[in-house]
Design a protein around this ligand. Structure first.
Ligand code: GLU
Length: 314
């Protein structure tokens, strides 16, 4: 099914208009920088697999990628160690617990269960083959840039804010080390993971990144192959399992598209073979997902009849 661009544009403009004043949620505050971002910012972008771009609202505002970075590092690490080995080392199941849960580790012998929670994400970061922190960091930044189709950069301000408050993640990194699931120095992995969360992207970038997944690993704007086609289904499956934190099941039930959110207020959803829908709005619900972002992405998906589990007539 090819969607007509006018129909996509109508859906995006309506979703922006209808949700612009949607109340509820609060900015993440455990990372001091995130609390300072204007909560009224709101943007929606769609990018199709043939490179068409539709935008509404604040789609040029740069915000912190945060947890959405986990998806791209996962792809990078998986391609280096192989999908089976990656699965065995990092896992693929939802924890059913918050993204930075220590209890999830306690319950599973200090092994991560999913690359999209902090524990598995730091394990994935440590699996990227590198000669040291800077080499590892360069590779991760390069894959974020390739997915976005432009040079992505670190925000020193976000990074400083996170590095000075990430004690919980450092504790998780040591637990993983004790469990045998850290493949570099644990504090190096935590440092690089913190940096990968501190890069700046726009809602449009996010839609391009998602469209690269929708297109089977080829960036629809630059035409560059970013990851192998065989890697993408694993990434999308994991997004379905754990992409929206403890609300991932609710998202699958109501929207039915692989998604990923971050505590910076970004959200992405991927319709394989068709397009990606991205949104940005900082106020989060208690699970950590953007309130307006979820409503807007769901509205666009619904208006376009997108959903992985839809059968004819549904
Ligand atoms: N840097 C954040 C953390 O590690 C990312 C969390 C998120 O977006 O879920 O806590």
């Amino acid at each position: 099914m090819t969607l007509e661009i006018g129909r996509i544009s109508d859906a995006v403009q309506s979703a922006h208009r209808d949700n612009e004043h949607l109340a509820g949620g609060t900015n993440a505050s455990y990372i001091p920088f995130l609390a300072s971002v204007d909560p009224s910012l709101f943007g929606i972008a769609v990018v199709t697999v043939d490179g068409q771009v539709v935008e509404a609202g604040d789609t040029g505002f740069e915000f912190a990628i945060e947890s959405i970075s986990k998806v791209f590092t996962m792809g990078l690490a998986m391609e280096h160690v192989g999908a089976d080995a990656f699965h065995a080392k990092v896992g693929a199941d939802p924890t059913g617990l918050p993204f930075n849960s220590v209890m999830a580790l306690e319950l599973h012998n200090d092994l991560p269960m999913s690359p999209l929670v902090n524990a598995g994400a730091m394990s994935s970061t440590s699996l990227v083959p590198a000669v040291g922190a800077e080499d590892r960091w360069r590779k991760i930044l390069a894959i974020q840039s390739a997915f976005a189709g432009r040079e992505i950069v670190l925000s020193d301000e976000v990074n400083a804010s996170e590095q000075s408050t990430n004690f919980h993640n450092r504790a998780i990194a040591w637990l993983l080390y004790g469990g045998g699931a850290m493949y570099s120095d644990p504090m190096e992995a935590c440092d690089v993971y913190t940096r990968q969360c501190s890069t700046l992207i726009t809602a449009k970038d996010l839609a391009v990144m998602g469209a690269t997944l929708a297109a089977g690993g080829i960036n629809p704007l630059t035409k560059e192959r970013v990851v192998a086609a065989a890697t993408v289904p694993h990434m999308l499956a994991e997004m379905t399992m754990e992409g929206l934190y403890t609300a991932s099941g609710d998202w699958a039930y109501t929207v039915g598209l692989p998604g990923k959110s971050g505590v910076g207020g970004g959200l992405i959803a991927v319709a394989p073979g068709q397009l990606a829908i991205a949104a940005f709005s900082p106020p989060l619900d208690p699970a950590g997902n953007s309130v307006r972002g979820q409503a807007a992405v769901a509205q666009v998906a619904n208006a376009l009849g997108l959903g992985l589990y839809r059968t004819p007539g549904a």
